[in-house]
Ligand binder design. Structure first.
Ligand SMILES: NC(=O)c1ccc[n+]([C@@H]2O[C@H](COP(=O)([O-])OP(=O)(O)OC[C@H]3O[C@@H](n4cnc5c(N)ncnc54)[C@H](O)[C@@H]3O)[C@@H](O)[C@H]2O)c1
Ligand SMILES: O=C(O)C(=O)C[C@@H](O)[C@H](O)[C@H](O)COP(=O)(O)O
Ligand SMILES: [Zn+2]
Length: 360
């Protein structure tokens, strides 16, 4: 079992990473000093696979456990779901000293974290991520949110977990499509900050996709370490944290445009990374050969690199993105593999050209 630390003063916490450690969650939560009642939130798929084990581990450590499952899916990352959880927490007597335990992928993590941040003005929460995407990204850094029909993650806040507890063994039950989706965020870390990690992925992609334990632990650890470094520099995204949004300007637009029902988050972000690198290459910022390496790695990971939607329809909704400034969308563009910069001056014509170029 390994442990990384996210150093944020009084909001610091550990990311515990191991294989086959799920049954020791209760013990780890026991060290946080919260309780005695916990609110375990999950979705129906993860609940049927791991709900009992997690409940038992928490009970064995002396906690009383309220339990609630929601249907699985991005469309349930909504205010309506949050209200269901508030009601269950109030009905079940969750007190301010209690904690919410989010067992699931990024949807449950973001939603349950948002509920924890707002219930009684804030109770502790613990992330137990069960998708690759959640283990490498959403369970770290404290962005919690729900979607609005008009925009992705538009209702939310920054609220750090007290602990992130990651068992890579649970990824064995994950659908291959979800593994691929998580890989998009993994590849993102290589592009934004770590060229050597990008190279490692090029050389070891098959092992990672086959969930080979050593490769998987390495990838989860390195991804979390990169994310923690960036979050430590800029917890509330006043500056450098924005680079974690590489691929997300177009990605979020595609998710919203399709009612959060067509793309897995990582798939939309993969298209967004391909489009952002096409814009960068067209500006002469990124070498064509490096753009090709990125597109090739995304393709090998089984991810889409273009969207079938009309470029004008995608561009029309970009100003709704919450990163938009004075009506202009913000783009994170790669300068080389391992380094990106934020740009506020990308024109609609450039975006349309890049969307079309990716399709050809
Ligand atoms: N807060 C952040 O920093 C951050 C970062 C990245 C992504 N996100 C958010 O995360 C969300 C996407 O998360 P996701 O990709 O994990 O999707 P998800 O939570 O919808 O999970 C994907 C599917 O996998 C199933 N599943 C989860 N764990 C499983 C397991 N171990 N075995 C079998 N099935 C399992 C789920 O039931 C679901 O059907 C998006 O809403 C995105 O915006 C947030
Ligand atoms: O943690 C961050 O910061 C990120 O941007 C990570 C992203 O992968 C993630 O999808 C995040 O939810 C996007 O944040 P948003 O502020 O653009 O909604
Ligand atoms: Zn993301």
């Amino acid at each position: 079992m390994d442990s990384l630390r996210v150093e944020l003063g009084e909001r610091s916490y550990s990311i515990v990473i191991g294989s086959g450690i799920l049954d020791s969650l209760g013990e780890a939560v026991g060290q946080l000093g919260c309780g005695p009642r916990l609110f375990l939130v999950t979705d129906e798929i993860v609940g049927s696979l791991y709900g009992e084990r997690v409940k038992n581990s928490l009970k064995k450590a002396g906690f009383e456990v309220l339990y609630r499952e929601l249907p699985a899916g991005e469309q349930y990352k909504s205010l309506q779901s949050a209200e269901i959880l508030y009601t269950a927490a109030l009905d079940g007597g969750l007190e301010r000293g209690g904690a919410v335990v989010a067992l699931g992928g990024g949807v449950i993590g973001d939603l349950a974290g948002f509920v924890a941040a707002t219930y009684m003005r804030g109770v502790s929460y613990i992330q137990v991520p069960t998708t690759l995407l959640a283990q490498v990204d959403s369970s770290v850094g404290g962005k919690v949110a729900v979607n609005h029909p008009l925009g992705k993650n538009t209702i939310g806040c920054f609220y750090q977990p007290r602990l992130t507890f990651t068992d890579v063994q649970v990824l064995r039950t994950l659908e291959p499509r979800e593994v691929r989706s998580g890989l998009a965020e993994v590849i993102k870390y290589g592009v934004i900050r770590d060229a050597a990690f990008f190279r490692y992925l090029e050389e070891n992609l098959e092992e990672v996709m086959a969930l080979q334990e050593e490769a998987l632990i390495r990838v989860v650890k390195r991804s979390c370490a990169v994310k923690a470094e960036i979050v430590q520099m800029d917890e509330r995204e006043k500056g450098p944290r924005a680079i974690l949004n590489f691929g997300h300007t177009i990605g979020h637009a595609l998710e919203a445009l399709t009612g959060y029902r067509v793309y897995r988050h990582g798939e939309a972000i993969a298209v967004g990374m391909a489009v952002a690198s096409a814009i960068a290459a067209a500006r002469g910022l990124l070498k064509e050969a490096e753009r090709e390496r990125l597109v090739c790695l995304l393709r090998r990971a089984g991810l889409p690199v273009s969207s079938p939607f009309k470029a004008e329809d995608v561009v029309r909704i970009l100003p709704r993105d919450k990163k938009a400034h004075r009506g202009r969308p913000r783009f994170v563009l790669p300068l080389t593999l391992g380094r990106v910069e934020v740009f506020d001056d990308v024109s609609d014509d450039e975006v349309v050209a890049a969307l079309e170029e990716c399709r050809s």
